[in-house]
Design a protein around this ligand. Structure first.
Ligand code: C5P
Length: 232
């Protein structure tokens, strides 16, 4: 793995044409791409296939959460698109996670979202989830592991905890900013070097690349900072 392989550019807040133009422009300078519900709901499977064709791994961020059979069918449909990663909500429960895992086969890797970073202690309590956010995450990791899913999406701050709870798992970290970038609406941000040191395998960067005046230069700068995290 090179430092570049860790960098995943999120194609957010664009229409499919703009997203594809950006993806083509930066494909040789990133490790992969993330497509979320924003772009997927506009461009559907066609835009996913077009990004996959650029030859970089794609993470489809659809956060599936439904009854097991429905999720299994949704996963099967994604498997045929050629993406490498897809995520599901761990709060869907162990039977749903197991059904997703079975449907994914060996080429599509599933990542679990444990607790959304937008859910704080008060929001979790209002839903009826017991314990501190950390205790909730620990329970969800146990369920996820017993379903055979070996990857997670998590904040940079929690990445080290997940590494400890689930050694050997694939960890994707969004909310990554260089010190000079605007934090925007992200509350818990880490730098690329911190994310890498915490064990992130996918370092997900959206606006700081997509909305930069020079997206290619921004991608290169992120790669350099990831490399610093590798050596430090
Ligand atoms: O623009 P920015 O770098 O903040 O984009 C981060 C990407 O990661 C967005 O696609 C966002 O939906 C996603 N994400 C996040 N925080 C989470 C989970 C996913 O920002 N906790």
């Amino acid at each position: 793995m090179t430092a570049q392989d860790y960098l995943y550019a999120a194609l957010d807040q664009m229409d499919p044409e703009q997203a594809l133009a950006l993806a083509r422009r930066i494909a040789s300078h990133v490790g992969g791409f993330k497509i979320g519900m924003d772009l997927f709901n506009q461009g559907g499977p066609d835009v996913v296939r077009a990004v996959v064709e650029l030859g970089r791994p794609v993470f489809l961020d659809l956060k599936l959460h439904d009854i097991p059979q429905t999720v299994a069918r949704g996963v099967q449909a994604v498997r045929d698109l050629g993406v490498r990663y897809l995520n599901v909500h761990a709060t869907g429960g162990e039977t749903m996670l197991r059904a997703a895992r079975e449907a994914a086969g060996s080429r599509l890797h599933l990542l679990a979202v444990t607790l959304l970073t937008s859910i704080d202690a008060a929001a979790a309590a209002a839903i009826g989830w017991q314990g501190t956010p950390q205790e909730i995450v620990e329970r969800l990791v146990r369920i996820t592991q017993s379903a055979g899913i070996e990857g997670y999406v998590t904040s940079g701050e929690e990445a080290a905890m997940l590494r400890r709870l689930a050694p050997g798992s694939v960890i994707a970290v969004p909310g990554v900013r260089r010190a000079k970038d605007a934090v925007a609406d992200q509350r818990r941000v880490v730098t690329p070097a911190q994310a890498r040191r915490a064990g992130a395998d996918l370092i997900i960067v959206g606006r700081a690349i997509a909305q930069a005046p020079d997206p290619l230069g921004a991608a290169q700068a992120f790669v350099e900072e990831i490399a610093e995290g590798e050596t430090a």
